[in-house]
Design a protein around this ligand. Structure first.
Ligand SMILES: Cc1cc2nc3c(=O)[nH]c(=O)nc-3n(C[C@H](O)[C@H](O)[C@H](O)COP(=O)(O)OP(=O)(O)OC[C@H]3O[C@@H](n4cnc5c(N)ncnc54)[C@H](O)[C@@H]3O)c2cc1C
Length: 386
């Protein structure tokens, strides 16, 4: 049977919407299918703001991809004629030896990235919203800032449609059947044939990619918004976005007062509670709000006014907390994208390009060897005792 489409993209969150746009602009006949209406509350790509930073503490090897991601975000803005990425700087705060502070400095050093190191007195003078301990320092990444997730997803979908992609919303894919001549995609509403399929279904990815069943773990994430006590100190021009390393307690992230709800904060991976991704997100509870209220009172007192909103969202964690971007083992016409682990959004603009390369060429010149099934399986094997 002749393929109706060159590529079908399943899941139109940050990654799928970007992939669809990169595919459509290259002239591929594409269809994008999402079970809901994109950037919805059961996806991972909603909630006003996402951090972006260049001096990547997680691993300096992400920096070349980030440079490309910045370039592509600016390209998206130029095509849409709207703002997606706002530079505020990102402060990475903690003890000098902490993972975030030491990792950011190492990454900046290795790649020659501009940054400033500030002590407690510098911080009190320049960024009075924050409260530091005596031994704390902050590394300011002047290229850091925030992205607008809903605008980015909708923008990519708009461009994809403009470039000829077919969009189906409210249609859940129940099976993908790869074969020699292409892939059959089955949904409750019918079936489609495509030469290649990109699976970017976020927290539900293991349903369509059995190789990820033991490895892609959806967890609960909670963020809250606070009306500032000091509106002056928490404006974006006086309060950069931030990460705060609390040692064994993990790390927190936050944004200045960008919108009407005020300052937003969360703890990375929250309580690391696995969730059933087929069910609605569990409600916010007292333990969640106590954690975030305690953090903001202690560390960002200028923002610690009335809590006006708190929501549950979801991360999809992989074993190494890196990404998975690869062809499915044994099925070269299935491209798999699970680039979350709680830090994927900023990369969506380059991930879209990578997924289009993988679908159309079977390979990419961008550095993704660390995100293969082989690398993931090696990591898992090395972790096993004995
Ligand atoms: C609260 C929170 C804060 C975060 N902060 C940051 C940050 O500051 N910086 C950063 O870089 N990253 C951050 N992240 C991570 C980042 O947002 C995610 O990595 C990214 O949004 C994942 O996008 P995705 O496209 O893979 O998944 P999703 O956005 O979940 O999209 C998947 C889509 O697939 C659809 N789908 C699922 N199953 C099917 C099916 N069977 N058929 C059809 N459609 C299907 C879903 O409806 C959904 O729309 C954060 C995440 C959260 C939740």
């Amino acid at each position: 049977m002749t393929a109706e489409f060159d590529v079908a993209v399943i899941g139109l969150g940050a990654m799928g919407s970007a992939a669809l746009s990169f595919l459509a602009v290259r002239g591929a006949r594409t269809i994008g299918i999402d079970a809901y209406f994109p950037a919805h509350a059961l996806s991972s790509s909603h909630g006003d703001s996402r951090l972006i930073r260049l001096g990547y503490f997680e691993d300096p090897s992400y920096v070349p991809l980030l440079r490309r991601a910045y370039r592509n975000w600016r390209g998206l803005e130029a095509r849409l004629r709207t703002d997606i990425l706002t530079i505020t700087g990102v402060l990475q705060i903690g003890a000098e030896s902490s993972k975030i502070v030491a990792g950011t400095r190492a990454s900046c050093k290795m790649h020659g990235l501009a940054h400033e190191v500030l002590d407690r007195a510098d911080m009190a003078r320049r960024f009075p919203a924050f409260q530091l301990d005596d031994e704390d320092i902050a590394v300011l990444d002047p290229q850091g800032g925030y992205l607008r997730p809903e605008a980015a997803v909708m923008g990519y979908l708009k461009l994809a449609a403009q470039d000829g992609a077919v969009l189906h919303f409210g249609e859940r894919v129940i099976a993908i059947e790869p074969g020699d001549g292409g892939v059959t995609i089955r949904s409750a509403d019918g079936h489609y044939r495509a030469r290649k399929v990109v699976v970017a279904t976020g927290s539900l990815i293991a349903e369509l990619v059995p190789q990820l069943r033991q490895h892609a773990v959806p967890i609960r994430q909670v963020v809250a918004w606070y009306q500032p006590r000091d509106g002056f100190a928490t404006e974006p021009q006086r309060m950069p976005c931030f990460l705060r390393d609390e040692g064994a307690e993990g790390s927190y992230f936050g944004f200045p007062a960008i919108g009407a709800d005020g300052v937003k904060v969360g703890r990375h991976a929250h309580f690391r509670e696995p969730i059933d991704p087929t069910q609605p997100n569990p409600a916010v509870n007292d333990a969640d709000t106590a954690l975030l209220d305690g953090f903001i009172s202690k560390r960002v007192p200028a923002a610690a006014g009335l809590r006006v909103n708190a929501v549950t969202c979801r991360y999809t964690m992989l074993p190494s907390e890196d990404f998975l971007l690869d062809l499915a083992p044994g099925h070269p016409n299935v491209v798999v994208a699970s680039p979350c682990s709680g830090h994927g959004f900023k990369f969506a603009s380059v991930v879209g390009e990578i997924l289009a390369d993988l679908a159309l060429e079977g390979q990419t010149s961008l550095p993704i060897a660390a995100f293969s099934f082989e690398a993931m399986n090696r990591f898992v094997a090395a972790r096993k005792p004995g």
